[in-house]
Structures are given as structure tokens and as C-alpha cells.
Design a protein around this ligand. Structure first.
Ligand code: FAD
Ligand code: NAD
Length: 398
């Protein structure tokens, strides 16, 4: 009997596993099904660009039909509603389908963390999917149009980014590239626009190299960003954000980049988790479930100092490859998963807008154009790895 393999999520982790299984396994070796709520894979690492409007959403979407061979993998476009791993070993989809499995790979990514902040969910924008960033882009354009055509209220042109982690910093880099373009388009004095970052910690990018943080902050300040550190956002209303010190910053555009948690589907699984993420075993399986891998942002992996690695695309891709290799070896040799997963940290590179960035590769720091070029190389390498030259030419940055 062919084993039934179900892969949930066609993001960085799930797509990587799918594409390796598609390439390596013959169709008579396994029955593979991939489930994703959209018919496309999206380049999460470019979402901030589409949010700011510096890259169209078409450039960050890749039709799964271009990547998945239906003779090898059945693709189902549906939303996973429940995963029952304890009683029936079944996955429930929003189209009514129920899937059973021999091997299950859960790679459903993350959601924003609200920390219970009042009004946050209702009154802020978030960088989570193609749809949420399209909304941000349209909203920003509308704010400029409204300021010009209706009433010149300062809050229309006050843009607040909550959180100065990598998502917040990268977004600020793109926003400050786009704002001069919009000022020109709407004939608005750039001095009327305010871009404010609010960060709970003492400085931006907490824990990252001080010299690189200083470089990023100075550059973004030069591009017009005002940083408010050491000041958590306490509440969000339709008029703006209330800070821990009681100050209200009036704004009609608050973009929350204050952190993430795992996919809420975790809550349907009846297992122990930490903010919808699970500390997986050394073979990336949910403890006590030998046939269920959990990879990407939903998994927690500890480094040698006992700290969790940050959830990143490079982690998800490496986990995706490992999982595929293990499944192939299991199917071919009946081998149990003997070699533990190890993460190879290839470094961190972040963009700060056009031609600018910061990065750390090993102990080496890179800034400016070199970092930006490196980021493009990494992104292009990923595109090539999933779709070869056709996808690289269509979606890559040249
Ligand atoms: P995802 O890639 O998010 O994939 C999850 C998939 O599951 C998606 O296709 C989604 O549509 C689907 N899905 C979700 N829920 C359901 C459901 N209920 N039913 C069906 N399908 C569902 N990391 C880096 O290493 N380098 C970077 O430069 C970098 N830049 C980033 C920039 C931004 C703006 C952001 C937001 C993140 C960035 N990251 C970066 C982090 C990286 O994007 C994530 O760690 C990575 O995407 C995690 O991969 P994943 O497979 O776990 O989840
Ligand atoms: P994060 O958790 O890394 O950063 C969130 C920031 O928000 C923190 O600095 C935190 O102090 C701040 N914050 C929390 N509560 C707050 C409050 N109430 N008010 C103000 N500030 C508050 O989240 P992220 O930036 O979305 O990153 C998520 C993951 O994605 C990370 O693992 C990151 O490394 C990865 N990522 C990587 C890249 C890259 O490598 N270029 C880019 C984006 C994201």
C-alpha cells in the first residue's frame, strides 16, 4: 500500500517539502496531497514591499499550478479548519472534505501576536498575507487622496509602525521610499507627512548587533522616521495609538509589526503548545507522534544555549528539506528517522529600502548597497530553487 502523505501549507516549509517529494518520488511510491488556502505561493519576505506599494502583489505571488505537477501531487485549495491527531487522525477542510493520512506535515505558518492589547485587532493593519498588504497599500494611497481632496487633517498623513523588529524596520525602509512618490503624485509638501515607529524595548532590533542597529536607525531617521523607544503601545483606537505613558498619537494608519505566534489551528489539536507553537523533537516531529512533522513558524527549535531560534524562512526551508529527505528514506528503506535535524545559520540580511540594507553573515557585518545586493541574491536564489529560470525571470529582482 502506498503511504498517504498530507502536507498542510504551501509556504516556505510546506512548498519545499512538496517540491522535493515531487522530484524524487515516483507516483507509485506515495499518494501526496498538498492543501493551501490560496492557489498561489507568496514570497512572505517581500510582503513589506507590497504593503508600502514599492512592489506590486503580482510580483510576489506564484501560481501553484506552475510549480506542482498534478501527476505527482494532488493540490487542494481549501482552508484547514481542524486537525485531529489524537482520535481519528484526520484533517478537516472548509469545503467539507476530510483527509486521513499515514504521514502528516503541518506547515501553516504564523499569525500576528496581539498580547491582548485593547483595540489592536480591530484598529491596526498587519503584514501577514497578500490580501492584508494589498489593503495597506490601498489605504495609504487613499489617505493621501483624502488629505488632498477632503480635509488636510494631520492624522491622515501620520503613519505609525508598531514594533521595530525586522518586519517593522524593513517596512519603514520601503514606506520612506514610497512617501516622496505619493507626495509628488498628490502635490503634497513632504513636511506634512509623519512616519513614527514605536518600540517597547530600549532600541530598535533588540538583541541585534549595535553597530548595525545604529546604521539602520540613522539611515531611517535621515529618510524621515521618528523613533520612539522604551514605550510599549498600550491601546489602539480608531483615532490612533495610546502609549504606555498615556500619550495619544493620532493616526489613521497604524501598522502592527509587534511579533508573531503560530497558526491558531494548533488550538484544535488538543496538544500542549506555547503561543500556538510546539517544541518539536530532534526529528521535527510533534513529541509522541511519530508520523507528524511540524515545520516552519509553528515549530520551536532550541539553539545550543537553550534559546529558541527566531522563526525565519531560512529555518522553514531547511526544515522542509530535512522532512522531505526523511520521508523519502523512510519510504525507500523503511528507515526510522535517525539523523537529527540541525539548523545551519547562514546569517541575517534585511533591506532598508532601495539600495540599502544591513546584514550579518557569520561574524561579518555588511551595510548599504552590498547588503541590499546580498538580499536580492538570497531572494533570487530561493525563486530559482522553487521554479527554475521561468520563475526567477518573472518574479526575481534584477
Ligand atoms: P508561511 O511561509 O507563512 O506559509 C504558510 C502557508 O500556509 C501559507 O501559504 C498560507 O496561505 C497557508 N495557510 C495558513 N493557514 C492556512 C489554513 N488554515 N489552511 C490552509 N492553508 C493555510 N525570514 C527570513 O529568513 N528572511 C527574510 O528576509 C524574511 N523576511 C521577512 C519579511 C517579512 C515582511 C515577513 C512578514 C517575514 C519575513 N521572514 C523572513 C520570515 C519568514 O517569512 C517566515 O519565517 C516564513 O514564511 C515561515 O514559513 P512557513 O512555511 O512556516 O509559513
Ligand atoms: P519580532 O518579534 O521580531 O519583533 C517585534 C518587535 O515589536 C520587537 O522589537 C518588540 O519589542 C516590539 N513590541 C512588542 N510589543 C510591543 C508593544 N506593545 N509596543 C511597541 N513595540 C512592541 O517580530 P517581526 O519583526 O514580525 O519578526 C518575526 C520573525 O520574522 C522574526 O523571527 C524575524 O527574525 C523574522 N523576520 C526576518 C526578516 C529578515 O531576516 N530580513 C525580516 C522580517 C521578519
Amino acid at each position: 500500500m502506498k503511504p498517504k502523505i498530507i502536507i498542510l501549507g504551501a509556504g516556505y516549509g510546506g512548498l519545499t517539502t512538496s517540491l522535493i517529494l515531487q522530484k524524487e518520488l515516483h507516483s507509485d511510491e506515495a499518494d501526496i496531497t498538498l492543501v493551501n488556502k490560496h492557489s498561489y505561493h507568496y514570497i512572505t519576505t517581500h510582503l513589506h514591499q507590497s504593503a508600502a506599494g514599492t512592489k506590486s502583489t503580482d510580483r510576489i505571488k506564484i501560481d501553484l499550478g506552475e510549480l506542482i505537477n498534478p501527476k505527482k501531487i494532488s493540490f487542494i485549495k481549501a482552508e484547514v479548519k481542524k486537525v485531529d491527531i489524537k482520535t481519528n487522525q484526520e484533517v478537516y477542510l472548509n469545503n467539507g472534505q476530510i483527509l486521513d493520512y499515514d504521514l502528516l506535515i503541518i506547515a501553516l505558518g504564523s499569525e500576528i501576536e496581539t498580547y491582548g492589547i485593547e483595540g489592536l485587532k480591530e484598529n491596526t493593519f498587519s503584514i501577514r498575507s497578500v490580501n492584508t498588504v494589498q489593503l495597506i497599500k490601498e489605504h495609504i494611497d487613499y489617505m493621501f487622496a483624502k488629505y488632498k481632496a477632503k480635509e488636510a487633517k494631520p492624522e491622515y498623513l501620520t503613519f505609525v509602525v508598531g514594533g521595530a523588529g525586522f518586519t517593522g524596520i524593513e517596512l519603514l525602509g520601503e514606506l520612506t521610499d514610497r512617501i516622496p512618490v505619493l507626495c509628488k503624485k498628490f502635490n503634497i509638501n513632504p513636511k506634512s507627512v509623519r512616519v513614527i515607529n514605536i518600540e517597547a524595548s530600549a532600541n530598535a532590533l533588540p538583541g541585534f548587533d549595535t553597530q548595525l542597529v545604529d546604521y539602520a536607525v540613522k539611515l531611517l531617521e535621515k529618510k524621515g522616521v521618528v523613533f520612539i523607544n522604551n514605550t510599549p503601545i498600550k491601546e489602539c483606537t480608531e483615532n490612533g495609538v495610546v502609549l504606555a505613558n498615556g500619550e495619544l498619537i493620532k493616526s489613521k494608519t497604524v501598522i502592527w509589526t509587534g511579533g508573531i505566534r503560530g497558526n491558531k489551528i494548533m488550538e484544535t489539536m488538543g496538544i500542549d503548545h506555547h503561543c500556538s507553537r510546539v517544541k518539536v523533537d530532534e526529528f521535527l516531529r510533534i513529541p509522541s507522534f511519530e508520523n507528524i512533522f511540524m515545520i516552519g513558524d509553528m515549530s520551536i527549535i532550541m539553539n545550543k544555549n537553550g534559546q529558541p531560534y527566531p522563526p525565519t524562512a531560512q529555518m522553514a526551508v531547511q526544515q522542509g528539506k530535512y522532512t522531505a529527505d526523511k520521508i523519502i528514506s523512510y519510504i525507500r528503506n523503511g528507515e526510522r528517522y535517525q539523523t537529527p535535524f540541525t539548523f545551519l545559520n547562514k546569517g541575517v540580511v534585511a533591506s532598508l529600502g532601495k539600495g540599502e540594507g544591513i546584514g550579518k553573515i557569520g561574524h561579518k557585518q555588511v551595510t548599504g548597497y552590498r547588503a541590499s545586493f546580498l538580499k536580492q541574491l538570497i531572494d533570487n536564489h530561493y525563486l530559482y530553487s522553487i521554479g527554475g529560470l521561468p520563475v526567477l525571470f518573472k518574479k526575481g529582482s534584477m
